[in-house]
Ligand binder design. Structure first.
Ligand code: SF4
Length: 332
C-alpha cells in the first residue's frame, strides 16, 4: 500500500479546503467516508493518495422521506436508508436497490455519498498486474476490449473504455430524477444526479463532474406520488453480495390500466446510470400486457454494441425492462 497521511479536519469547510489542494479523481488528495470501496482500492494499490481526508463526523446523516419528497444526508448508511419506513413506503425503488447491494456488513458502513462515487468493478482496473487500463493509467490501452468482457457495457462506451458503473442506488435515484447537493469553497449548489457521472470518451480516468475540493453533502428527490409504484430489478450471477449483470429501475405513473408515464434507468450496461427516453416514450399509453411492453422495451437495443462475451446483455436488458415494468405496475 502506498503510504499516506490521514487528515481529520474539524469541519466540512476545512475538508473542502484540503481537498481543493488536489487534482481530479486519482489525485494526491482523496476523501474517505465509510471507506468500504476506498480501503479495498488502497489495499490493491489502485489508488495511491498522498493524503486521505476523512469526512467521518462532518456530514449530515439525516433521512427525510414522505409525500413531500426525499432527502438523504450524504453520511446516511445504506442500511439506515433501506430500513427507513418513509423510504420503503414512498420510494420502494430506493430501498430495493440498497437491499440488493453488497452485504449486511457493508450496508452498515457504506454511505450515500460514497455509494455514488464507488469505482468500477472492471477486473482489469482493480488488478494492477494488468498494465493496459486507460481508466487507471491514461493512454495505456484497454485490456477488456478484446479480453474477458462479460460484465462490461453495451451502451455509452468509447474505444478507450467499456467499464460499467457499479452503483445500484444511483440507478434507482436517476429514475427518480434525483439531484445532489455539492459543497465547495463558494458554498453549496445542486446538480441533477444524471449529470454527475461522465461518459468515458477520451478521458475515462475522469469519471465525474466533481472538481477538486467538492463534496457531495445530500441527495434530494422532489415530491413524486408515482414513486410509490416503483421497482428495482437486479439480475446477477449469485443471490447476494454481487454486482448487477443488468438492472432496471422503474417508476410508473398509471392512468387506469395504462401507463401514463414511465421513468426507467438501467444499470450494469453503461458507464453511468442509463436513462432510456425512447423506451419511456414508447411505453406511454400502453397496458401492462407483455405483448405491448416488449416492442417498447426493444427500443433500448438501438445503438447498443456488444464486445463478444457481453452480447447477451442486449437481449437481457429488454427482458429486464418488461419484467420490472410488470412488477411496478402490479403495485397498488
Ligand atoms: Fe480499464 Fe475501462 Fe478497459 Fe476496464 S474497460 S480495462 S476500466 S479502460
Amino acid at each position: 500500500m502506498h503510504p499516506f497521511i490521514l487528515e481529520r479536519p474539524r469541519d466540512i469547510n476545512a475538508a473542502v479546503a484540503l481537498g481543493a489542494q488536489s487534482g481530479r479523481n486519482d489525485a494526491p488528495v482523496e476523501y474517505i467516508a465509510g471507506g468500504t470501496d476506498m480501503v479495498q482500492l488502497l489495499q490493491e494499490n489502485v489508488r495511491r493518495p498522498d493524503r486521505l481526508v476523512s469526512l467521518a463526523g462532518l456530514l449530515d446523516n439525516r433521512i427525510e422521506a414522505g409525500p413531500q419528497g426525499l432527502r438523504l444526508g450524504a453520511a446516511a448508511t445504506m442500511a439506515e436508508v433501506a430500513a427507513h419506513p418513509g423510504v420503503i413506503e414512498h420510494f420502494p425503488v430506493v430501498s430495493e436497490s440498497l437491499l440488493n447491494s453488497a452485504s449486511p456488513q457493508v450496508r452498515n458502513q457504506a454511505t450515500m455519498g460514497g455509494n455514488l462515487l464507488q469505482r468500477t468493478r472492471c477486473p482489469y482496473f482493480r488488478d494492477v498486474g494488468y498494465a493496459a487500463c486507460n481508466k487507471r493509467a491514461p493512454d495505456s490501452g484497454c485490456a477488456a476490449m478484446d479480453g474477458e468482457n462479460r460484465w462490461h457495457a453495451v451502451l455509452g462506451t468509447s474505444e478507450n473504455c467499456i467499464a460499467v458503473h457499479p452503483s445500484d442506488l444511483a440507478v434507482a435515484l436517476v429514475a427518480l430524477d434525483a439531484s445532489i447537493e455539492i459543497q465547495d469553497a463558494g458554498g453549496e449548489h445542486s446538480v441533477p444526479l444524471a449529470d454527475l457521472h461522465r461518459l468515458p470518451g477520451n478521458t475515462p480516468h475522469i469519471e465525474t463532474i466533481l472538481q477538486a475540493g467538492e463534496v457531495i453533502t445530500a441527495i434530494t428527490v422532489p415530491a413524486s406520488p408515482a414513486a410509490r409504484r416503483s421497482h428495482y430489478l437486479k439480475v446477477r450471477d449469485r443471490a447476494s453480495f454481487e454486482f448487477a449483470v443488468v438492472s432496471a429501475a422503474v417508476v410508473l405513473d398509471m392512468d387506469g390500466d395504462r401507463i401514463r408515464q414511465a421513468r426507467i434507468a438501467l444499470g450494469g450496461v453503461a458507464p453511468k446510470p442509463w436513462r432510456v427516453p425512447d423506451v419511456e416514450a414508447a411505453l406511454a399509453g400502453v397496458s401492462l400486457d407483455p405483448a405491448e411492453l416488449r416492442p417498447a422495451a426493444a427500443r433500448v437495443a438501438e445503438g447498443a454494441q456488444g464486445r463478444g462475451h457481453n452480447d447477451f446483455k442486449i437481449e437481457l436488458m429488454q427482458r429486464a425492462i418488461v419484467l420490472a415494468v410488470e412488477t411496478a405496475g402490479a403495485r397498488a
